[in-house]
Design a protein around this ligand. Structure first.
Ligand SMILES: Nc1nc2c(c(=O)[nH]1)N[C@@H](CN(C=O)c1ccc(C(=O)N[C@@H](CCC(=O)O)C(=O)O)cc1)CN2
Ligand SMILES: NCC(=O)N[C@@H]1O[C@H](COP(=O)([O-])[O-])[C@@H](O)[C@H]1O
Length: 205
């Protein structure tokens, strides 16, 4: 049996992508390999990170397709052809339709910069600051048909003080993300994640 094959979907800077690539190189990804980067933003920084790491990237522009389903059907075909085991969304800023969600049921995860179900969607950090929470954090969850509504796999808390501003909270959250996401992917590579209804269990080694 070959290595556990991961495709990362990203639209922006790619710090989570880089953390996953670095973890694989350091042997901290449970034997998984990042085999592909997919981006809807061909000029995004993350694409340059993939090129620098020697990882294949596939970019597309949603405006070139009549519907989301059209480009997702192409993505599904490619992911199957490359025998991808797990789709890891890492700052991928497009809603997935049932085409992707059903084709990779139980094999698509996302990282979100809040303690879901609080502050789903865009600008979760800004939402948390505006609300005045004393504790925010990071969530890794399964991706389902809703926006950030899938079963929760792992969470890490990040405290706020009166001095916490957007920049410092973003830095603290992204530091937690860079540690948590590789750990969660390694659990999948080791076959230790079980999902029953909405209950997620990670089997201890
Ligand atoms: N079916 C699902 N798809 C996605 C999920 C999910 O839980 N279920 N998570 C998101 C990630 N995400 C926040 O975590 C997110 C993605 C997309 C958007 C959004 O408003 N996108 C717009 C386009 C924005 C743009 O082009 O810049 C859109 O899709 O029309 C907000 C939050 C990933 N997908
Ligand atoms: N709603 C999704 C969302 O807000 N995702 C967030 O986008 C950032 C991507 O950073 P990166 O491109 O440096 O990995 C990450 O902080 C991730 O949690």
């Amino acid at each position: 049996m070959g290595a556990y094959r991961v495709a990362v979907f990203a639209s922006g800077q790619g710090s989570n992508f880089q953390a996953l690539v670095d973890a694989a190189a350091d042997g901290r990804l449970g034997g998984a390999e990042v085999k592909l980067l997919v981006s809807d933003k061909p000029a995004a920084t993350v694409v340059g990170r993939a090129q620098a790491a020697g990882i294949e990237s596939y970019t597309f522009q949603p405006k070139d397709y009549a519907t989301r389903e059209d480009y997702e059907r192409e993505l599904v075909g490619m992911l199957r052809e490359k025998e991808i085991d797990l789709v890891v969304l890492a700052g991928y800023m497009r809603l997935l339709t049932s085409v992707m969600v059903e084709a990779f049921a139980g094999r698509i995860i996302n990282i979100h910069p809040s303690l879901l179900p609080a502050f789903p969607g865009k600008d979760a950090i800004g939402q948390a600051l505006h609300y005045g929470v004393k504790l925010s954090g990071v969530t890794v969850h399964f991706v389902d048909g809703g926006m950030d509504t899938g079963p929760i796999i792992a969470q890490r808390a990040v405290p706020l003080t009166e001095e916490t501003a957007q920049e410092s909270l973003t830095a603290a959250i992204q530091a937690e993300e860079r540690t948590l996401y590789p750990e969660v992917v390694s659990w999948f590579a080791e076959g230790r994640v079980k999902l029953e209804d909405r209950k997620v269990t990670v089997i201890q080694r």
